[in-house]
Design a protein around this ligand. Structure first.
Ligand code: COA
Length: 153
């Protein structure tokens, strides 16, 4: 496995790369929930201006190949992690965990004390990843299609 270093800010050149990791409507639903509809156009990712304070980040290999993406949005006194995705060709190799840990470090560096996210109850890989890093489901959403999860930094 190629090694990974830190997160870098997303650029416009990354938009089609990230979009290429979402091959169909089902994958789009897992990635973005019900807020985006298929077909998924790269420019639809470019909506940070609609989310005050939001930032978007890429994970590269040490060779500079983009392999992961995450968006961080301030929500009240917490930071919301969203649009987490790893390139399909390198899933299951620890990139998602690395990406999430770096996002948590970033949140901590911003002085945020709590992080939250939404995940489809049916998205087992993502739920397992979040649970393994200490995210706990809001009991009120346990039976909902979209679960809210959170943890302290
Ligand atoms: C969710 C996702 C980001 C995980 O990335 P990844 O690089 O494959 O994950 P990792 O290799 O870092 O695995 C970390 C943990 O996630 C869980 N996990 C990953 N893939 C899994 C799978 N296919 N089945 C069950 N659990 C899985 C495991 O707990 C794993 O830990 P382990 O290897 O010790 O068992 C990736 O599957 C993805 O991009 N999915 C499509 C987009 C998406 O659903 N995003 C989440 C939106 S809420």
């Amino acid at each position: 496995m190629k090694s990974v270093h830190s997160l870098r800010p997303r650029t416009n050149a990354d938009l089609p790369v990230v979009a290429s990791w979402v091959p169909n409507a089902e994958a789009l639903y897992a990635f973005a929930g019900p807020w985006m509809t298929w077909p998924f156009l790269p420019e639809e990712l470019d909506d940070l201006h609609r989310r005050p304070g939001a930032t978007a980040w890429m994970l590269d290999t040490s060779d500079g190949e983009p392999v992961g993406h995450v968006q961080l949005t301030p929500v009240d006194d917490a930071l919301r992690i969203g649009r987490l995705i790893v390139a399909p060709s390198v899933r299951g190799e620890g990139r998602g965990r690395r990406l999430l840990r770096l996002a948590l470090d970033h949140a901590g560096a911003r002085g945020v004390s709590r992080v939250q996210l939404g995940v489809l109850a049916s998205n087992t890989p993502a739920r397992r990843l979040y649970e393994s890093l200490g995210f706990v489901a809001d009991p009120e959403t346990l039976d909902a299609p979209m679960m809210l999860m959170a943890r302290d930094i």
